[in-house]
Design a binder for this molecule. Structure first.
Ligand SMILES: Cc1cc2nc3c(=O)[nH]c(=O)nc-3n(C[C@H](O)[C@H](O)[C@H](O)COP(=O)(O)OP(=O)(O)OC[C@H]3O[C@@H](n4cnc5c(N)ncnc54)[C@H](O)[C@@H]3O)c2cc1C
Length: 490
């Protein structure tokens, strides 16, 4: 039986493993950490449980497809709960705009905060639906294996129809007039680790995912997704080797001949899938002479996506003003992106995102709120982290939240801070980024590094830094796409 080795057990690697094992291949995942799921990582502080990484779950149909491919029902493993009113946006002027896919409720609120937005809401929804439909049809399931894929006329025509030349911020300004309201939508750019002032309007399709399809939580915690995939993978015979770092890929005649592990052992495979962040792992694991199409210089040209400064805060009370997802907007929203991308600095007045999953599932933290507090952060510089004292920055964020009426310090019973440096070390994420590269340049937004090595015949890539992009549903799609191609090739 042909053997496939997958380096890294993130969601992309797991999806590929399940799909290939279900097709009868011998699959082994080698993961450096002691948990499966990569950035989707369980975190427990006392009786407070947190999901590190993906807190916002969209496109459940993609996650379910992995079970279906293996002839299983997702309901036998996990439950997706739709959140009726999913995100509370606290605008910089203090007004509140809750996001929901109940459009009557959206319009009612918009009538109070942005009359123009209320009038144009339906045409806005039509346009984001069109953009999503086109993207799904022409981009998500393509693997761009040869130059003919890139120059296909259908693709070119689709590309021209998804507003690639307009910025996301400009797009939202067509339908909404209040600066603060436009900013609530513009924040979707951060879901692809980018600035709304620079990334293409195509990504307004993320608004479609949330406002039309809906936002979900997985009962028992989003980490249940990785746990269920692990269970299914094992059932299909996938060998999962944890606490094992891959240190080198030996290459000969344009093929990976063996995989060297940190403990000195080597394993061999017919095909190797790299789920570890390709921007970091490919140059580290494969010697330069074997990857002329992916030189260090080429890698360094990619602009990294944003990273995150995260505080996990377990409280002794439940804050009544919070929903499951909450965003407290900065008064200097545009400056925040300028600071992150142009100056590689932490914002003094950042927008703060808080997930409080115990609102939906009190079992997550029976004593009180389990706050996952995230502030966008610049990617690590090539020579280390931007200047920031984690303790001082954390205190600054608490003060900022207190000034907006959310008291944390006096109810705090558990606390942990996770910095971009931690994200880099723990997950091997390129420069501590959440999504690999940003989507500012049109080339990087639509033509991410390919899923297949141009130099090594049996090496492919899945995960956030490759096609179709970052975010948990997209990395699962990358895993399924690559598995499909390999199954034909093998
Ligand atoms: C703080 C944060 C918040 C996020 N929020 C959301 C959200 O709300 N919604 C959403 O959809 N997405 C979110 N994301 C993004 C999402 O987590 C990622 O896009 C997705 O989980 C990445 O999956 P992946 O398959 O690319 O692999 P990863 O999760 O990056 O996994 C790669 C794996 O490879 C392993 N590895 C690396 N090097 C080696 C090696 N040499 N040997 C062996 N193993 C190795 C790593 O340990 C890791 O387990 C967030 C991410 C973070 C960090």
């Amino acid at each position: 039986m042909k053997k496939v080795v997958i380096i890294g057990g993130g969601l992309g690697g797991l999806a590929a493993a399940i799909s290939l094992a279900a097709k009868g291949y011998n699959v082994q995942i080698v993961e450096k950490n002691n948990h499966i799921g990569g950035k989707l990582m369980p975190y427990k502080l006392g009786s407070h449980q947190f999901d590190f990484g993906p807190n916002t779950i969209t496109m459940p149909q993609i996650f379910k497809r992995v079970f279906e491919l293996a002839g299983e029902k997702s309901e036998n493993y996990l439950t997706f709960q739709k959140l009726p009113i999913h995100t509370r946006n606290v605008l910089s002027n203090g007004q509140i705009l809750d996001f929901t896919n109940d459009h009557t409720h959206m319009k009612k609120q918009l009538a109070q905060v942005d009359e123009y937005g209320d009038k144009h809401f339906h045409s806005f929804v039509d346009e984001i639906t069109r953009l999503y439909t086109l993207s799904e049809k022409h981009f998500f399931y393509k693997t761009f294996q040869s130059w003919t894929d890139y120059v296909s006329p259908t693709l070119a025509s689709a590309l021209l129809r998804v507003r690639p030349f307009e910025s996301l911020h400009h797009f939202f300004s067509r339908y909404f007039r209040k600066r603060e309201v436009i900013e609530t939508f513009a924040r979707y750019a951060t879901y692809i680790g980018s600035s709304p002032y620079k990334s293409p309007a195509t990504f307004s399709m993320i608004a479609y995912l949330e406002l039309v399809q809906g936002v979900y939580f997985i009962k028992g915690g989003n980490v249940r997704l990785a746990e269920s995939y692990e269970q299914l993978a094992k059932k299909l015979g996938v060998e999962i080797t944890l606490n094992t770092t891959v240190t080198k890929l030996n290459v000969d005649h344009k093929k990976v001949t063996s995989i060297l592990l940190a403990n000195g052992e080597t394993i061999s495979a017919d095909e190797v899938i790299m789920n570890a962040d390709l921007l970091k792992a490919y140059p580290e694991l494969v010697e330069k002479q074997y990857r002329p199409h992916f030189s260090d210089v080429k890698r360094n040209r990619y602009e990294p996506s944003i990273s995150a400064f995260v505080i996990l805060a377990g409280l002794s009370i439940r804050n009544p003003q919070l929903l499951h997802h909450n965003v407290f907007f900065s008064k200097q929203y545009k400056e925040e992106f300028q600071e992150m991308f142009q100056e590689q600095k932490y914002s003094k007045n950042p927008t703060v995102y808080i997930s409080n999953s115990s609102i939906t599932d009190p079992e997550q933290s029976p004593e009180g709120d389990n706050l996952f507090i995230l502030v966008n952060a610049p990617a690590l510089g090539r020579n280390g982290e931007a200047e920031m004292n984690p303790h001082e920055y954390k205190e600054h964020i608490y003060s900022l939240l207190e000034s907006k009426g959310l008291s944390i310090r006096k109810h705090l019973v558990q606390e942990r801070v996770i910095t971009p440096q931690d994200i880099s070390t723990k997950f091997g994420a390129y420069r501590g980024t959440l999504y690999g590269l940003s989507s500012h340049k049109r080339k990087d937004a639509f033509l991410r590094p390919s899923n297949f090595s141009k130099d090594i015949r049996n090496l492919s890539f899945v995960g956030g830094s490759t096609h179709p992009g970052g975010g948990s549903p997209m990395v699962v799609i990358s895993g399924l796409n690559v598995a499909e191609v390999l199954a034909k090739r093998l």
